[in-house]
Design a protein around this ligand. Structure first.
Ligand code: AMP
Length: 358
């Protein structure tokens, strides 16, 4: 296939950065997003203003594009399947299905031989109480679907935390109770698989969350080479078992002995991979565009150590200071209104001298 135009479902900052990377490789991009003048459309070749499952809009997108990808994992699976009948959709719909529901996701990851937290499915208050009892009163209760940035979650730290009313408080929807993982740190790995099955992994990043939202990603992570190798191996297994094409982000908890527990995966470019645009020759965004358009993957080596920090809500007020720094790449998302919890941009500060392998 010769790709000229790439369709991107979703118009947020991830779509924006994908469109920018695509433009550098001479691809045109068309964004499908209900919000007009969204961050992605501001830098893309065109936008179809419609909902993600609008049949007319999907037909228009398929007609205008040589390949379609997406920037968020809650694209309706039915929309991806409809598109697949007339245009390649990468990553495949199967990856969306595996990532949209935490129960399905955990079963899939365990099926790959990769450990996750123990879990119970919870469909009533009585099931919640029984599940909590099994985990000694500790656990993390999450909605199975549509949770992000710590939304739709409740943590039970001890038997003193009463579960009364918790099922209803989370919306009386299907829930999962995960055992509480006493992790030492959290890491993620961003990996890519090309149409020919080649895999390239960026170095694992160490992530710190604040109020459930990613605050910083630091690279290198403070982990052993054995732990980094295990993260790469897990990514390779997950990618190949999904017949994946594109970039994936996989989050892990690291235990005191260095072993890994997979938390979740995102079948898309990921916030904890934004550092790659400043500290690697090829960013996660270019890597994804290369993969979905059938180009060879780029070099994922890191040439600098770095710290990426999200600018969330009023953090944007620090922009003048960030702009004065000579070691920092500033990236803004084209959002005019700042609100608490809203990602306005990010900054990546290089913390070590460059080193690039040819
Ligand atoms: P998630 O939405 O699954 O990424 O969870 C948001 C954050 O909550 C994670 O980054 C962890 O800091 C924490 N968390 C989630 N699940 C667990 C767990 N099973 N045990 C301990 N902490 C957790």
């Amino acid at each position: 296939m010769t790709v000229r135009t790439i369709g991107i479902i979703g118009g947020g900052q991830l779509g924006r950065m994908l469109a920018m990377a695509a433009a550098r490789l001479n691809f045109r991009t068309i964004i499908l997003e209900p919000q007009a003048d969204c961050p992605a459309a501001q830098v893309a070749s065109g936008q179809i203003v419609a909902s993600y499952d609008d049949p007319k809009a999907l037909a228009e997108l398929a007609n205008a594009c040589d390949v379609v990808t997406y920037e968020f994992e809650n694209v309706p699976v039915s929309a991806a399947e409809t598109l697949t009948k007339s245009v390649p959709v990468y990553p495949p719909a199967k990856a969306l299905e595996a990532a949209q529901d935490r129960l399905v996701e955990k079963r899939f990851i365990n099926g790959c031989g990769i450990p996750t937290a123990r879990f119970h499915s919870v469909d009533s208050q009585a099931e919640l109480e029984a599940a909590l009892k099994d985990f000694g009163g500790q656990g993390v209760l999450k909605t199975c679907r549509m949770g992000y940035d710590g939304k739709g979650q409740k943590v039970f730290r001890s038997e003193a935390d009463s579960p009364a009313g918790a099922y209803e408080a989370l919306g009386s929807v299907p829930l999962i109770l995960e055992s509480f993982i006493p992790f030492e740190r959290e890491i993620s790995i961003i990996a890519a698989r090309a149409t020919d099955g080649t895999v390239a992994c960026f170095d694992p990043a160490e992530n710190v969350h604040r109020n459930g939202i990613l605050h910083t990603s630091t690279v290198p992570a403070s982990i052993s080479e054995a732990t980094a190798k295990a993260a790469r191996a897990a990514a390779e297994t997950i990618l190949s078992s999904l017949g994946y094409v594109g970039v994936i982000g996989i989050e892990f908890f690291v235990l005191a002995d260095g072993s890994l527990i997979a938390n979740e995966m995102a079948p898309r470019v990921h916030n904890s991979g934004h550092w790659t645009e400043a500290a690697c020759v090829i960013s996660q965004f270019e890597q994804h565009i290369r993969a979905v358009s059938g180009l060879p993957l780029g070099n994922a080596d890191r040439h600098s150590d770095c710290v990426m920090q999200n600018l969330i809500g009023d953090d944007i007020l620090d922009l003048p200071d960030w702009l004065k720094r000579r070691d920092t790449l500033v990236h803004l998302y084209g959002k005019t209104e700042s609100r608490p919890g809203r990602k306005m941009g990010h900054v990546t500060t290089l913390t070590a001298k460059p080193q690039v392998s040819a």
